[in-house]
Design a protein around this ligand. Sequence first.
Ligand code: RB5
Length: 143
Amino acid sequence: MKILIGADHAGFELKEKVRTHLEEQGFDYEDFGTYSTESCDYNDVAKRVARAVSKGDAERGILICGTGLGMSIQANKFKGVRAAHVHDVLSARLTREHNDSNILTMGGRILGAGLAIAIADAWLTTPFSEDSRHRRRVEKIDA
Ligand code: RB5
């Protein structure tokens, strides 16, 4: 499973902590920036990651801005992208089981690193439910 991770300046520091965790855990990831706290537009990073997930170049994306909201709104403009804005571990698990979300967005100004990493772990390791009602509903999103 290929994971793309990206952030704007407001998400940079949390992105570095999550990225280090992915590295330590041996996940196959690619860092799409940004690479400093210099101001940039979340849209540009979200578009690069969401476009790659939409095209099937990667299975998953993790996007972090100040709130996680701008990243989520932007990423969800891409066909086949189901970006979930998550601030707790239960929602991380349930959005995988029920929504088959393929992008996780979080807020660098909202979450501490410990919680963000726990959310990312739950989201990355929870499979989509085998229940056909969830498949039917996800197909309705994509239609
Ligand atoms: C940047 O100040 C901030 O607006 C951005 O990181 C994000 O929170 C937008 O949704």
